[in-house]
Design a binder for this molecule. Sequence first.
Ligand code: ZN
Length: 470
Amino acid sequence: MILRLPWRVITQFRRSNKFEAIRWCSSCEQPPARQRRPATSKPSQPQKDLYLDHRRIGQEQDLYMINELTPGSIFFLPHGTRIYNRLLEFMRAQLRGFGFDEVVSPIIYRKTLWQISGHWDKYKDDMYKVSDRSDGTDVGEDDDYGLKPMNCPGHCLIFDSTLRSYNDLPIRFADFSPLHRNEAKGALTGLTRVRRFHQDDGHIFCTPDQVEQEIKNSLQLVDNVYSAFRVPSYRLLLSTRPEKFIGALEEWDKAENDLRNVLEQSEVPWEINDGDGAFYGPKIDILIKDSNGKEHQAATIQLDFQLPRRFNLKYKGADGKDDHRPVLIHRAVFGSVERFLAIVIEQHQGRWPLWLNPRQLMIIPISHAQSEFAHAQQEIISGNASDKKKLFSFMAEPLFVDVDERPETLGHRMREAIKKGYNYVAVVGPKESSKNVLAIRNLSDQSNKTTEYSAAEVRDLIIGKMNTFE
Ligand code: ZN
């Protein structure tokens, strides 16, 4: 089943100001998110009156909640967590394919780290500070810590933990750590403007000669991911050297030339945003165009000459000298996973494609007599064996299968399954149980047609479709 519902604007793309871009690295920057609410939007087609905001769908489908005791931090409920985890599993698989090594890095760091990275002096108000216990035993230690708003400084520490050779590069770190930014309380909105979030964050440390290939790979990854999410179209924006910049002119020229070469080779439309790069490096912003023709920023790929300098990162070159400076590339495809999830929720309007659906199959036994049979089918299809004396395999792909055996009419239970957004429903009666099959109905198919399958066949069918992101 492929849902081709239009992409909606939930954010407005704000052209990043070159000085504003100093604030956080571009790929780590919390995109400015301004919620477009149905009440204030101007739909150009009648059905858009039915357009549901992600917060409404999130509530109806029990995906997430927020509590005043921790404003701006999301509690993902079980069904929301299923989708969230699926997004991460999906991205982990892509990143492995592109040579990233996932790391798990600390959340709090001494203020010294933020002084080195440059954030403490200018932007500490946007960071959460944490105090160490001051028992006087660590005289001279700095007791102030900050919760990380981004992963790059931590990744610089990993890079710098050992002597790197040009043979080791590129080194690509992926990180899904929680990040915290002290957003103004009044600005917090659903999943799009939050204080705690996660990113599909990645940092590539490479030689200047490797930049072109790494950018090429990053754009290919973006294209692959967008095709899985059925993004109708997008374009690329190259932001070049601003008036105030750091680094050598020839360094910039080479980097911009590399980016231009890659963009020229790509089949995606692109433009130059002259002079709008960050002071520490040029960048490529990826702008998604939705069905209304509006754009919003999604992924970014950012070159950085600054952090490697601030952290004094070096590698040993082919010439035997160990004072070569790596180039750092920040990149994220989802950006904030929470915000991306909001986009996906609104894109699908709660009608999930099979591979993302936290509710894939509902089995409805006609009467209590088929209850045991229904649960046996659920066990086979979901992959959740009931024998608790055995270890459960972590290799088994869990599928989301429920049984509705409430004493309600068949029609009522069927309607509820449709309302909750199941992809498939299987009604089992005496005929099915005697034949040991399930009559499967695809709820996106208007014909009400059912097809008989064994439980093992249903499992294979669902896994097969998930493998092609249907
Ligand atoms: Zn970064």
